[in-house]
Write a protein that binds this ligand. Structure first.
Ligand code: ATP
Ligand code: MG
Length: 168
């Protein structure tokens, strides 16, 4: 089904509000409005929300997390940029594996399970897209979810989201 990218980012920014304000992190939106992707809205919200959750978790207090949308050559890109701890080059190829956590994250008091990015990668691939990352230790990371802006066989094969109690 067609999914309004503005709806995805609005929902993600709303979910990120509370964890961001707990660390006085500014959660910003920047970019193009009115973009459409194809697939399952709930899955796409889950994917972007996982990226924002990580950006907040792996950043110090009083930094900025920016969600950017753009269009490039038949693809919509949703990027999540942080000013956080960054990722060592030796870890960067492994963070999308299930249960993999870099040392800095592993030693954090508030631990995760290492599944978030594996789920993001799965959702991206399922939608005929991909997720990439660029990062510099001590400076920050940017994760980019790239999704086809036209209906693909992969995206159309995904069952649509069912709105419970929503208008049809
Ligand atoms: P979970 O998401 O299951 O609660 P997690 O956050 O550790 O746990 P992933 O989201 O899969 O798992 O991330 C894997 C690892 O990648 C993290 O443990 C961390 O080492 C690294 N990582 C992910 N996002 C960032 C980021 N924005 N900045 C720095 N490191 C990151
Ligand atoms: Mg995570």
């Amino acid at each position: 089904e067609p999914v309004d990218v503005d709806k995805i980012t609005a929902e993600v920014l709303d979910r990120g509000k509370t964890p961001a304000s707990a660390k006085e992190i500014e959660l910003r939106f920047q970019g193009v409005r009115g973009l459409t992707v194809y697939g399952n809205e709930n899955q796409l919200v889950t994917a972007v929300a996982n990226l924002v959750e990580n950006a907040i978790a792996y950043s110090p207090e009083r930094t900025t997390v920016t969600v950017t949308t753009s269009e490039d050559n038949g693809y919509v890109e949703i990027a999540v940029a942080d000013q956080g701890i960054g990722i060592e080059p030796r870890d960067i190829d492994r963070i999308f594996e299930r249960f993999y956590r870099a040392d800095r994250a592993r030693s954090r008091a508030t631990g995760g399970t290492g599944l978030g990015l594996a789920i993001v990668k799965h959702i991206a691939t399922n939608h005929g897209g991909r997720v990439t990352v660029t990062s510099t230790v001590g400076v920050g990371s940017t994760f980019t979810l790239r999704l086809p802006s036209r209906p693909t066989d992969a995206a159309l094969a995904i069952p649509p989201s069912v709105e419970i109690g929503g208008a049809s």
